[in-house]
Ligand binder design. Structure first.
Ligand SMILES: *Cc1c(COP(=O)(O)O)cnc(C)c1O
Length: 233
């Protein structure tokens, strides 16, 4: 077994045990493997170990990898999730190559993605990113703004509103993180009651996965624990 395969296995076991501890079914929680900054070979290894959902944060880097893998029938069935900050001038590439975007935090981005989504592809799955901790350095809208933006997105024919995404406050204090996540869960439940397409609460990373699962996460975004630490050039 290679490193990535054994780490994936370990993460899945952790998801299962955290879910059980929280009285949830492990099937309610999807694993998004965050492969940003990692070479295409790392994605191939994870794919061979059965992983199909991959998350990327940098448009150009991601498109290069997507094109390499789409050219090979050996890597069919990958679902590509864009999770990074999205500038207006990059929306077209994202609309053309991704299946999901987790980081919608303004009407303009949603509108452009809706216009640029190719007609032969299914609607682009989107989550609204919420800055639940209110830190100034974080992307995302405030909790108060969620329903306004959700209403706009729900009218766009080429987008499908799937839910909410957040990154918890940057702190070692897991009680603060839990507060953030429980607030997200409450928002998510209200949104779900209003929009039947909503089924995804994207939260939890390598260091706060267990808290996210006990707070209702339905998709954890895990990079480091699968692929090792990242080096930024
Ligand atoms: C990089 C990244 C992750 C993965 O973080 P790890 O701590 O490596 O698991 C998850 N979500 C977002 C939005 C990211 O940018």
């Amino acid at each position: 077994m290679n490193d990535i395969e054994s780490r994936l296995l370990a993460i899945k076991e952790q998801i299962t045990s955290h879910a059980r501890q929280a009285g949830r079914s492990p099937n309610e929680i999807k694993l998004l493997a965050v492969s940003k900054t990692k070479p295409v070979e790392a994605i191939q290894e994870a794919y061979q170990a059965g992983q199909r959902l991959f998350g990327e944060s940098y448009v150009q880097e991601a498109i290069t990898k997507i094109q390499q893998l789409n050219n090979s029938s050996d890597y069919a069935g990958i679902e590509w999730h864009f999770i990074g900050p999205l500038q207006s001038n990059k929306t077209k590439l994202v609309a053309e190559h991704f299946d999901w975007v987790h980081s919608i935090d303004r009407e303009k981005t949603a509108q452009r993605l809706n216009e640029q989504r190719p007609a032969n592809l299914p609607a682009l799955n989107v989550c609204i990113q919420v800055n639940i901790s209110g830190e100034r350095t974080k992307s995302g809208i405030t909790a108060d703004e969620v329903f306004g933006l959700a209403g706009i997105i729900s009218e766009f024919p080429h987008l499908k509103l799937r839910g909410l995404m957040t990154i918890a406050e940057n702190t070692d204090d897991l009680d603060v993180v839990r507060d953030n996540f429980l607030h997200m869960q409450e928002l998510f439940n209200r949104l779900k009651n209003q929009y039947p397409s909503v089924d995804t609460l994207s939260m939890g990373m390598t260091d706060d996965m267990s808290v996210a699962i006990s707070s209702g996460s339905t998709m954890v975004r895990i990079g480091t624990a699968i692929f090792g630490s990242r080096e930024y050039k």
